[in-house]
Design a protein around this ligand. Structure first.
Ligand code: ST9
Ligand code: ZN
Length: 333
């Protein structure tokens, strides 16, 4: 169960779902047609970015030095953790607590990822959980794969997002000086962390600026963006629903592999306060859990929240689709 004190916060959600009536499946709301206000600046920038990303991938596989390739992978893992262990599990969901050095490290990692400041990312993500699959969900998956993947970043937000936005309490994150610093200086810190340093550092071992820019900055950035977006698109579409068949998010191992353990999305939307974002160990597919566990052993992470087996079992039997390995069979019988 979520700890006391979290229960009353509306965005923590889904503890109320524990009382859902399993016999009355909720029909997922589908979006009404809407005239989209395209932001052409974003369309052009994202198109150019993706062309550069494909070219960077080509250089990664054919021309870059081995140390540059390794550096790009390290940047992928670090910036990925800045999203998974940082913006998502620590800040949006408060599924564990972190001491100052870890908060600083994760803020740095998060800035390398350039997915906007943690405060803005977490605000959208809290909306996504609270108003899942409605117009107040920034990447409402009922608008289709493309919209939930990237389309939502190419158009003005639905008025419902701005109207309902005030129900999201962000005071916890706004009171963190590290996050305030990141947001205040984002336009200076982000270009440095995401583009300039990843381009400069490989030149120290003799890589060309050209290769370093396209491989470590552009390709690595486009790759991390797209695997992140897969959680909003593919993980709301193709897979099993062992924990709650009434919601769209699904379990998807292939996605989990590339998103450092964030593809167990049916579990995550059912129990969003669990720092693992998955039921079982899944260590091989849950690099972010490994990282948080390691940080806990050195005392930088603490108060890791999780869900008891008993609660999971009851929920699987009440609202699961029968695909759960251990208890799913009982539902089918
Ligand atoms: C990016 C983010 O890519 C990706 C997030 C993915 C999330 C995934 C989650 C899945 C789970 C985790 C899995 C992680 C896996 C990671 C794996 C790693 C290996 N509440 O936005 P504006 C109000 S970013 C309340 O301009 P427009 C507010 O007053 C990529 N209020 O709206 C706001 O003013 P302010 C890089 C809200 O004009 C005002 O509206 N970034 C909320 O409609 C205006 O806000 C980009 O490319 C809210 N939620 O424009 C930038 N939202 O902010 C792209 C808004 O001052 N974005 N308000 O308070 C934009 O250009 C624009 O936002 C826009 C909409 C064009 C999309
Ligand atoms: Zn979440």
């Amino acid at each position: 169960m979520p700890p006391q004190g979290q229960q009353s916060e509306s965005w923590v959600l889904n503890e109320t779902d524990l009382n859902k009536d399993a016999d009355t499946p909720i029909v997922p709301p589908s979006a009404e047609k809407r005239k989209l206000q395209i932001v052409w600046r974003n369309v052009i920038l994202f198109a150019l970015l993706h062309i550069g990303g494909v070219y960077g991938a080509y250089l990664f596989f054919t021309q870059a030095m081995w140390s540059t390739r390794l550096f790009a992978v390290v940047l992928y893992l670090c910036s990925g953790l800045g999203i998974t262990a940082g913006a998502h599990r620590l800040w949006a969901h408060k599924s564990y607590k972190a001491r100052l050095p870890l908060r600083m490290l994760l803020t740095l990692f998060n800035t390398i990822a350039f997915q906007d400041s943690v405060i803005d990312w977490a605000r959208d993500h809290r909306m996504h959980h609270k108003y899942s699959e409605t117009d107040a969900d920034p990447h409402n998956a009922t608008r289709g794969f493309f919209f939930s993947h990237v389309g939502w970043l190419l158009v003005r937000k639905h008025p419902e997002i701005k109207a309902k936005g005030h129900t999201i309490d962000m005071s916890d994150l706004k009171s963190d000086p590290v996050l305030r610093f990141q947001k205040r200086h984002y336009l200076l810190l982000m270009p440095l962390a995401c583009f300039i340093l990843p381009t400069y550092i490989p030149t120290l071992w003799g890589e060309t600026l050209w290769n370093a820019y396209f491989v470590c900055a552009i390709f690595r950035y486009v790759y991390v963006l797209n695997v992140t977006w897969l959680v909003n698109s593919a993980a709301h579409k193709w897979g099993d629903k062992p924990y709650d068949k009434n919601i769209n998010p699904v379990e998807t191992k292939p996605v989990s592999l590339v998103v450092l353990g964030e593809g167990f999305h049916n579990y995550h939307h059912t129990f969003p306060w669990d720092y693992k974002t998955a039921e079982l160990g899944h260590y091989q597919l849950n690099f972010s859990k490994l990282f948080i566990d390691f940080m806990a052993t050195i005392g930088w992470a603490y108060d890791l929240k999780t869900v008891s087996t008993d609660v999971i079992e009851k929920r699987v039997k009440r609202t699961g689709d029968g695909s759960h390995k251990e208890w799913g069979q009982e539902i089918k019988e």
